[in-house]
Design a protein around this ligand. Structure first.
Ligand SMILES: Nc1ncnc2c1ncn2[C@@H]1O[C@H](COP(=O)(O)OP(=O)(O)OP(=O)(O)O)[C@@H](O)[C@H]1O
Length: 248
């Protein structure tokens, strides 16, 4: 499986007459089959970067090569098809379809990918088992706890066997105990399925669980680091930078 390559990536938003730079000259290689966290203060550009990597949005300039594909060469239709085959998403607010059961939410991307019925069923039952929700298959999202909803979302993200799974603050709406069990589950799924995970998070639990970390600040890459104790120190350093800037 190939690395995710990002070259000279730039993105801005236009708010009436104001140009808001969100990402500036980002160059990055993310190794495959690892648990990589993208960290930085609020407004630093994490969601913007995940949306570009996930082909939800397009950059102003620069290149993204994911799953061996240079994405800027794809038309909008081809991009949507590529995304559904190679990339899974997990969101902080779960984004489950409220009228579908847990089973049906996991089935949805498999239907879009035209996976045959018998294979679909086997895949869904295996994923429900893997996320510990075999007994909740018929529950609607409104009949599940936050942690259980995120487990369904993880199963849904993995349903089509994507090479990359992107998660935007996946533990932000969960209490710390539930968040820890979700991180553990994602870690296990990453190892068992050999998939590549990239998260955005401020959560120290997520940072501690990561193989690699990427820090951004005001839309610029600050540094990349291996996991471990260095992470806590580097996160503290970033917080100090942002506090100083706010105070200045
Ligand atoms: N749709 C938009 N229109 C205008 N500006 C935007 C839009 N989305 C994001 N921005 C701005 O772009 C910058 C990066 O935002 P982004 O959401 O990527 O940051 P983030 O690191 O994910 O923040 P948080 O941790 O608070 O979710 C911020 O200055 C933000 O205000």
């Amino acid at each position: 499986m190939s690395a995710l390559e990002i070259k000279q990536l730039n993105k801005h938003y236009q708010l009436d007459a104001i140009r808001v730079p969100a990402l500036i000259d980002i160059n990055l290689n993310i190794a495959p089959q690892r648990f990589t966290v993208l960290s930085g203060p609020s407004g630093s550009g994490k969601t913007t970067l995940l949306n570009l990597i996930g082909c939800i949005d397009r950059p102003d300039s620069g290149e993204i090569i994911i799953a061996g594909q240079q994405v800027k060469q794809l038309s909008d239709d081809a991009l949507a098809d590529f995304r559904s085959r190679h990339i899974g998403f997990i969101f902080q607010n779960f984004n489950l379809l409220p009228v579908l059961t847990a089973y049906e939410n996991i089935e949805y991307p498999l239907l879009l990918a035209k996976v045959p019925a018998a294979k679909r069923k086997a895949r869904i039952l295996s994923l429900l088992d893997a996320v510990g929700l075999s007994d909740k298959a018929r529950n609607l999202p409104g009949q599940l706890s936050g942690g259980q909803r995120q487990r369904v979302a993880i199963a849904r993200a993995l349903a089509t066997e994507p090479q990359w799974v992107l998660a935007d603050e996946p533990t932000a709406n969960l209490d710390s105990h539930t968040g820890a069990s979700i991180i553990e589950l994602m870690r296990t799924m990453q190892r068992d399925l050999n998939v590549s995970f990239v998260f955005s998070s401020h959560d120290p639990q997520v940072l501690a669980a990561a193989d690699d970390a990427i820090f951004i600040h005001d839309g610029r890459l600050v540094e990349t680091a291996a996991a471990g104790d260095a992470l806590a120190a580097k996160t503290a350093a970033i917080k100090t930078i942002s506090t100083q800037q706010v105070a200045a």
